[in-house]
Design a protein around this ligand. Structure first.
Ligand SMILES: [Zn+2]
Length: 431
């Protein structure tokens, strides 16, 4: 069968137009092929430096070469395809996404942003078309942080912010990251060589599934990301007084679980009141609780995110004040421990505008939205302006889940917008 990816040599004179319908289907087929590289048959699990990870990297490199790119692998395991420009000394246009997954995750989270640009470049390659700037497609080796409890390793290597302390992190079998890298032929001592300098990347554009239901609910295929949300995470421990469920009157109780519940409902109410703000209580425990005992201790997690940092910090301040208020009234002692904080990362205004223009030229109504999930772009933003194009998730918008899905039609439309963006891109004269 002839696909858009085959027969890319020696065809420049006829300059065939890209067949986006075929491209959308081929991207979906390749997602399925890549998903065969998994640690457990029938389940999508591909963590850093496993045999499945190595197999996926090799397959991606083959596809990059077939599309007309030269391929290199850096010391972290990133696979980088380069489609040379007419001026090889120009700053590059970087695109890409990650090819590791969470355990029992989805097939599209990451691979879409690798396979879509490879397909578009194959189209330009068939046309013999070159741009003034080189395009590099980065298949980031590690974004999810599953195996060694350290995320965004591939982008950190490229940004020059790889923290060598994580090399001593161990997986569930006690293997250190350093040992795993050496076993895969990667030399941790060479990690600094993977770093790219500020100014060498004109822009970074990542195509990614939305991982949420917003576009699906609005019946839109694509969205332009405004910012990758910042987040504040806490563990809240409340201590009251344990007591007999039958003998202590309601007015004399210091029930830690009920205080937690009141805090949780306040978080829902506070975050519902501000568009763009989300709050989640994902863990809610009564340690050593029993059905006939008033809880003396309760523990819960709090996760607050927003695209705008002020929105998030105002909510955090209000929640902390409310915890104090609730606990004082109920005679409860509170310990609040911050476990994580990350500021939001803005996508560059000029790149958002160019993506919006590309969408409009392809019949899409502009729609901007923040990304509630983290992405490699957060890290690349320290050395280059970034942009992200979201593609609608099907199936209620679920992600990090085997039910994650999207359509070939949306892959085709996203390819049109990607091609339009690149064909109208120029490297800014002042970096
Ligand atoms: Zn992802």
């Amino acid at each position: 069968m002839t696909t858009i990816f085959s027969d890319i040599e020696g065809n420049s004179s006829s300059a065939p137009a890209i067949d986006y319908t075929a491209l959308g289907s081929d991207i979906m087929e390749r997602v399925e092929t890549l998903a065969l590289h998994t640690e457990q048959t029938g389940i999508m699990t591909r963590t850093y430096l496993t045999a499945a990870h190595r197999g996926a990297a090799s397959q991606i490199a083959v596809w990059m070469r077939e599309a007309g790119m030269t391929v290199r692998c850096d010391a972290s395991g990133n696979v980088i395809g380069r489609y040379e420009g007419t001026d090889p000394s120009s700053a590059i246009l970087m695109t890409g996404s990650h090819f590791d997954t969470v355990r029992n995750g989805g097939k599209y989270d990451g691979p879409l942003g690798i396979l879509l640009p490879i397909g578009c470049i194959a189209g330009w390659s068939r046309q013999g078309r070159r741009f003034p700037f080189p395009i590099e497609v980065v298949a980031f080796c590690e974004e999810e942080g599953v195996r060694f409890k350290a995320p965004l390793l591939g982008s950190r290597a490229i940004a020059g912010t790889f923290d060598n302390r994580v090399l001593d992190n161990v997986d569930e079998d006690g293997v250190t990251m350093r040992e795993a890298m050496l076993a895969e032929g990667l030399d941790p001592a060479q990690l600094p060589c993977a770093a790219m300098s500020k100014g060498s990347i004109a822009a970074y554009l990542e195509v990614h599934i939305e991982q949420g239901p917003v576009l699906l609910e609005e019946n839109r295929a694509l969205g332009v990301v405004t910012a990758i949300s910042g987040s504040s995470r806490f563990m809240l421990e409340l201590k009251g007084v344990a007591g007999h469920a039958g003998t202590v009157p309601m007015t004399l109780r210091h029930d830690a679980a009920m205080a937690c519940a009141e805090v949780a409902l306040y978080i829902e109410q506070r975050c519902s009141a501000s568009p763009g703000l989300v709050g989640t209580v994902g863990q809610f425990n009564v340690p050593d609780g029993a059905g006939n005992v008033i809880p003396g201790r309760a523990v819960m997690s709090i996760d607050i995110r927003a695209g705008a940092d002020a929105l998030r910090s105002d909510a955090v301040d209000d929640i902390q004040a409310k915890i104090t208020h609730i606990c004082t009234r109920r005679g409860i002692h509170a310990n609040i421990n911050k476990t994580y904080e990350a500021v939001s990362v803005s996508c560059a205004d000029w790149l958002q505008q160019r993506l919006t223009d590309s969408m409009q030229r392809n019949g899409c109504t502009p729609r901007s939205l923040p990304s509630g999930a983290g992405h490699d772009g957060m890290i690349i933003a320290t050395i280059a302006p970034i942009a992200m194009l979201f593609v609608r998730c099907g199936n209620g918008g679920i992600s990090h889940n085997p039910g994650e899905t999207m359509s070939a039609e949306d892959a085709a439309l996203a390819s049109r917008v990607f091609v339009d963006f690149v064909e109208n891109f120029s490297v800014p004269t002042t970096q």
